[in-house]
Design a protein around this ligand. Sequence first.
Ligand SMILES: Cc1ncc(COP(=O)(O)O)c(C=O)c1O
Length: 549
Amino acid sequence: MNEGIAWSALGLGVLGWTLPRAWRRLQLSRAKHRSLAGHARMAQRVARLIPGYAYDEDRFYAVDGAPDEVAARRRAAMRRLEALYDRRFARGAALTAQAREGLSDLQFTGHYRVPFQFSPVVRAHLRTSSFVARAWGVMLEDVDGNVFHDLTGSYGVNVLGVDAYKACMAEGLAEAAAVGPILGSYLPCVADNIARLKELSGLDEVSFHMSGTEAVMQAVRLARYHTGRRHLVRFTGAYHGWWEDVQPGPGNPLPPRDTYTLRDMDERSLQVLATRRDIACVLVNPLQALHPNRPAPGDSSLVDSSRSAGADRAAYAAWLKRLREVCSARGIVLIIDEIFVGFRIAKGGAQEYFGVQADMVTYGKTLGGGLPVGVVCGKRALMKRFRDERPADICFARGTFNAHPQVMAAMNAFLRRLDAPEVVALYAGLDARWNARAARFNAALRDAGVPVQVAHLSSIWTVLFTQPSRYNWMLQFYLRAHGLALSWVGSGRIVFSLNYGEADMDAVTAKFVAAAREMQADGWWWHDPQASDRTIRRSILLEMLRRKL
Ligand SMILES: Cc1ncc(COP(=O)(O)O)c(C=O)c1O
C-alpha cells in the first residue's frame, strides 16, 4: 500500500472512530439537565467558589429591603421566639450544646438548617434541642417534656407508626436472644424473610446488608460484574446514599468517575441508553416522581420561593415503562431503589405503585423493623457472585454484620405484620386517602390566607411557598414552637407515618395554620411588590461576587 493510501485509510479510520464518538458525547451532553444538579463537575467547582459570609443582626432582619417597621417586628418576634425556646427547650438545648462539641454530625446539621448567610444569627438566638425522651402513636416527647406531632418519619423508616417498630424490635431481640451476636450462621426466620421478599419484589434471590448505601453499592457492583460494563446512570437530583459513585458533585470530594447523571423523564436520556455500550445499570429513586430533576428540598437551600414539586403518577409510570423497555433491549440492569418509598407508597413499593418490574431492587429503612438494614433483591443471573467457568473471577461483597440475628428477627416481625388485618387496612385506598388529606390541608392554608401550600407523593409532603421571600426557612422554627417536629432538613420533607388518623391530621393542620399565621403576623413574609424569585437570586449572586472581589 503506498503512503498516500495508507494515510487516507488511517484518516478515514480516525474519522469513523471519532465521529460516532463525538456524536455520542454530544448526545450525552444533551441528555444532561441544564441545571447545576445535572452537571456534577461544574457544580462541584461552583460550590468551591461560593464565599463564606453571614449577615449581621441589622442586615438579617431587612436583607429583602423591608421597611424599618417590618424589620422591628421581625426582630421582636425573634426575641419572643428566643425566650420561648430558652424556656421550653432548656435541658435539650444544653445537652445539644454539650454533645455538639464532640459530635461532628450535630455541628453539620446545626449549621445547615437554614441558608448559610442567616445561620449564625439563627444559631445565636434559637437554641434547639436534638434530644428525645419518648415516642408513641404519632407523637414525640423531648427531654424537656414537650410533646410534638412527629412529621420526621425518622428519615422514612417510620411507615407503620412507632409502636409497630417498638413491637418488631422487642420481638426481634427476644427471638434472637438465645444466639446473641452469633454471626455467619442464620436464624431460622431468615428462610421466611427470603421467601417473603422474593414474593414482594417479584425477584429470585436476596442479599442482606447493613444500610441502604451498602445495598446500592452491592447492586451496582453486581450489575458491573455481570454486564462487564463500567458506567452507571442515575437521574438528576436523585439520592441513593452517600457512596462516591452515586453522589457525584457537591458533598463528595472526589471528581465524578463512572457515573452519567441524566435528565429524568426525558427522551434524550433514553437515546443515550439506547446507543451507548458502556452502561451497566440505571438507578431509579422513585421519590423523584415528586420533584423530577431536582435534589431533595432542604431548607438550607431555601433562599427564595422557587421550590417546586408535584407528582404525576401516570406520567412517571409511563416513563418507567419506557425505561424498562430500553433497558431490556440494551441489556442494561434496571435497579429500582425502593429504600425510601418501599412499603410506603404501596405494600409492593414503587414497583406496584407505578406498575414496573425491575431487574434488581434495593430496600432498607423500614424493612429492618426499626433496626438498620439494606437489602438487594435481584434476578438469579444478576445475583450470582462467582462464575463456574472462571472460578477466580468473583464479585466479592460481604459484611461482618450481614444477616445479623436481631435484625433478621425484627425484619421477620415487620414482614409478618404486613399481613395483619390492621396493616392491610392501612394500605387499602392509601393513595386516595393521602390525596384527600393533602387537598384538605391546602384548602385550610388557602382559607387562612398564608402563602404556603404542600405538594405530595402519598404520605411524603413538601412545603411550597407562593410568594417571593427570603425568610421561608423561618417557618420550621414556628412549626416547632407550635408542636410539630420536623427533621433537620426542615419544611422540604415532611414524612407522615401511615397510622396518622383523621383526628391527628386535623390537629396537625390546626397547628400548621396557627404557626404560618403567626409567622405572617410577625412580618417575615412582607415582600417588595417588585421582588421575584429571579431578583432575589440575582441579589444573592451580586452579594457573593462582592464578597469574592
Ligand atoms: C432512595 C435512597 N437510597 C439510598 C439511601 C441510603 O440509605 P442509608 O441512609 O440507609 O445508607 C437512602 C437514604 O435516605 C435513600 O433514600
